[in-house]
Design a binder for this molecule. Structure first.
Ligand SMILES: [Zn+2]
Length: 103
């Protein structure tokens, strides 16, 4: 794939941080699927269950709840519901919330 010509615009994803408002995607780090509970205590979990926790996550074509870090902004974690089909972010919310959202 050729890089875009110099001076051309590239469609950037605008990520609406729930604390700062819309910012360019380059300020953020995607932290993977959200609302995945870490097994507690980890040493009580077998290898297969630990591997499932680490590596096996949903990969739907459609909306997915993800964790995001505003790394070059407020440096706070939050959740986003993003479409894996077109990357559009439907909703962002604080890390300790889980609002209802149609599937
Ligand atoms: Zn922020």
């Amino acid at each position: 794939m050729k890089p875009p010509p110099r001076g051309s615009s590239i469609d950037m994803l605008s990520v609406p941080c729930p604390y700062c408002g819309p910012r360019d995607e380059t300020e953020f780090v995607n932290g993977g699927e959200g609302h995945v509970d870490r097994p507690v205590p980890p040493e009580a979990v077998g290898d297969a269950d630990w591997a499932a926790y680490l590596f096996f996550h949903d990969n739907p074509k459609g909306h997915l709840r993800e964790r995001w870090l505003h790394a070059f902004g407020c440096r706070r974690w939050f959740h986003a519901i993003r479409s894996t089909a077109d990357h559009a972010i439907a909703l962002t919310y604080p890390i300790d919330a889980k609002p209802d959202f149609p599937a």
